[in-house]
Design a protein around this ligand. Structure first.
Ligand SMILES: *Cc1c(COP(=O)(O)O)cnc(C)c1O
Length: 413
């Protein structure tokens, strides 16, 4: 595969493994289950540890199977370097482990995946201040900034209510102020959106979701998009300042978060995710088309009082989504009339599966106020727009009419 030519998204993912020598002409990077890597001489081992020779040291910090997946994600995000983790939460946690210190401040969107909110709450108890703001409006982000603000954190399409952060303006604001913008790209995936395009420093993906796509492996990734000047970041340790500024961020994330905290991705999971990633674009297009069809149908159902999907013209950020994303995503949510028995309705579904994952090939349904947000206070739920009857649907790649028929029969009585 020629290094000069820029191939399309799927071609580049499919042929990524061939960019490096691969044993026996194998088309998949083998699953290397070794915990460690040996060298012909002690001097070579030392050279690898000192970064003077490429090579793997110990699988906590990197493994050839995981490395091949990192290359794929990096191509998808058009980044300069990607580090993988054992889950999406571990990838988000790496921001705290590698880049923040007591006394620092973070501005986060208030519209977040529930577990990310829990994680920021945990971090806020460890000496880092976290403010949650309405990130659909850049002025709310700007108002919350302090001289100690190190990171602004937003999701693209927020899980589960689909609010879309004011991405272009937040990107511009962070670039003007020299603040690191980290974007959780999970709900869009790099097929629909590249955070690099709005000036985000880091793009984070839960690989468990659309990228892996089959609900058979967990993983997470952090991609350095190359747009941020790490020379301006105050929390770079002395050891990493020896590196060129462009490499400091990823080197520190890999060392501090993987080496020191150890949430490394296993090679078997990396293999499953890499195979799934080959069809990301195809699956995503089908999921997006199914989600739009379902959202439109739900709008006509008597029992449904609200439908949240960026592809609907009624969505408050529909224009922004149309401009920034090449599709509106595979997740929607809706509310059911309070007079209707929510659980009786949902329990009639036959294709929709009651489960907590997203971005699976199968349609998954979750009454989130009663599951993911069950432990959260009523005030916090209200702030995030989580009504008691809110139902999140991760729309799969089943035949469109089967999904529509299933929801219609469940909601008609
Ligand atoms: C699922 C999810 C995560 C966490 O990923 P895991 O792989 O489940 O740990 C983070 N952000 C968003 C938006 C998610 O949907």
């Amino acid at each position: 595969m020629s290094a000069e030519k820029k191939y399309g998204f799927t071609t580049s993912v499919l042929h990524s493994d061939r960019s490096k020598p691969i044993e026996h002409g194998s088309l998949h990077r083998p699953v290397h289950t070794s915990a460690t890597f040996s060298y012909a001489s002690a001097s070579e081992l030392a050279a690898v540890f000192q970064g003077k020779q490429p090579g793997y040291r110990y699988a906590r910090q990197g493994n050839p199977t995981v490395g091949a997946l990192e290359d794929k994600i990096n191509r998808m995000e058009d980044g300069v370097a990607t580090t993988c983790f054992s889950s999406g939460m571990a990838a988000i946690g790496s921001l705290f482990q590698a880049l923040l210190k007591a006394g620092d401040h973070v501005v986060s969107s208030v519209f977040l995946f529930g577990n990310t909110r829990y994680q920021w709450n945990t971090i806020a108890g460890l000496g880092v201040d976290v403010d949650f703001v309405d990130a659909t409006d850049v002025s709310q982000v700007e108002k919350a900034l302090r001289p100690t603000t190190r990171i602004v954190f937003v999701e693209t399409i927020a899980n589960p209510r689909t609010q879309i952060a004011d991405l272009e303006k937040i990107g511009r604001l962070c670039q003007e102020k020299g603040i690191l913008l980290a974007v959780d790209n999970t709900m869009t995936s790099p097929w629909l959106f590249r955070p690099k395009s709005i000036g985000a420093a880091l793009s984070i993906n839960s690989l468990t979701k659309f990228i892996g796509g089959h609900g058979n492996a967990m993983g997470g990734s952090v991609t350095d998009t190359g747009v941020f000047d790490w020379a301006r970041y105050p929390n770079i340790a002395e050891g990493f300042k020896k590196l060129p500024a462009s490499q400091r961020g990823n080197a520190q994330i890999r060392a501090k978060a993987l080496r020191d905290f150890g949430a490394c991705l296993g090679p078997e999971s990396a293999h499953h995710i890499a195979v799934g990633a080959e069809t990301l674009a195809l699956r995503m297009e089908r999921s997006c088309a199914n989600a739009l069809a379902l959202a439109k149908m739900l709008e006509t159902e008597k029992a449904v009082t609200a439908v949240y999907y960026p592809g609907l013209s009624s969505h408050p950020q529909h224009d922004l989504a149309s401009r920034l994303f090449s599709g509106f995503g595979g997740m929607l949510s809706f509310e059911i009339d309070e007079k209707v028995d929510l659980f009786a309705c949902l329990n009639r579904l036959k294709i929709g599966i009651f489960a907590s994952n997203l971005g699976d090939t199968r349609t998954l349904v979750n009454p989130v106020a009663h599951t993911i947000y069950y432990d959260m206070s009523d005030a916090a739920k209200k702030e995030q727009g989580i009504a008691s009857s809110l139902v999140r649907v991760s729309v799969g790649i089943e035949d469109t009419q089967d999904i529509l028929d299933d929801f219609h029969q469940a909601l008609s009585f």
